[in-house]
Design a protein around this ligand. Structure first.
Ligand SMILES: [Zn+2]
Length: 216
């Protein structure tokens, strides 16, 4: 990572911490993400919350899915609106804000492609398909697969195409683990774009299979 970027990240964290004074008792205690350590009141949300930190999982592409689900459910139960039925309007609103933020964090981290994009965004890298080159050979391959999917009329054919695609998608996910481990940002960016192409085709296959099932 560039030095200035590292610095900005650190400064940013300090500001975030300084801003997290409890809205009710003004305590600066920031140990707990969701509740003030001094008075126990639900804290204010911030736009800069790190999804990995929120859900208490390591910031790695190879995520521990069972810990992720477990932590997500645990946090959702802590901030469930039912628990705030007797509380002030402000606390109810904050519980809802946390709830939607936690949902968003969970949705983002549980899907590999969204997790990858988010990890790149944390490094200050955004993905726009127009500006990132994917090699022509890959695009031609994808066009072939798309055509095969369009031409396929039986569930068998579609399932066969789907299972080949799952193998390829799995391979890209493994590749991404390595690319993020070695901090190969450009490689990760290109691989995520390939993954997006493949997931689109996979969706088309699923939709076609669903239509076939509805007809039969
Ligand atoms: Zn407090």
């Amino acid at each position: 990572m560039e030095k200035w970027l590292q610095l900005t990240t650190i400064q940013h964290r300090c500001f975030a911490a300084a801003g997290s004074r409890c809205w009710k008792c003004s305590s600066l205690e920031v140990k707990n993400t969701f509740f003030c350590a001094s008075c126990g009141t639900i804290r204010e949300t911030s736009k800069d919350e790190d999804f990995f930190e929120l859900l208490k999982v390591k910031q790695e592409f190879k995520i521990d899915s069972s810990t992720l689900v477990q932590n997500y459910r645990h946090i959702q139960s802590m901030i469930h609106p039912d628990k705030f039925a007797q509380k002030s309007e402000q606390e109810k609103t904050l519980a809802l804000e946390w709830s939607s933020l936690i949902n968003k964090a969970y949705r983002t981290l549980s899907k590999s492609i969204d997790r990858g994009k988010y990890m790149l965004a944390l490094k200050g890298v955004s993905i726009s398909e127009e500006n990132t080159s994917v090699d022509k050979e890959f695009l031609l391959d994808m066009m072939d697969v798309n055509e095969s999917v369009e031409d396929a009329h039986s569930a068998d054919e579609l399932q066969q195409l789907g299972s080949q695609l799952s193998v390829d998608i799995e391979a890209l996910n493994s590749k991404l683990i390595h690319l993020f481990e070695t901090d190969d940002v450009d490689g990760a960016k290109e691989t995520i774009i390939r993954l997006k192409y493949m997931l689109n085709v996979e969706n088309t296959i699923k939709e076609k299979l669903l239509q076939l099932n509805l007809k039969s």
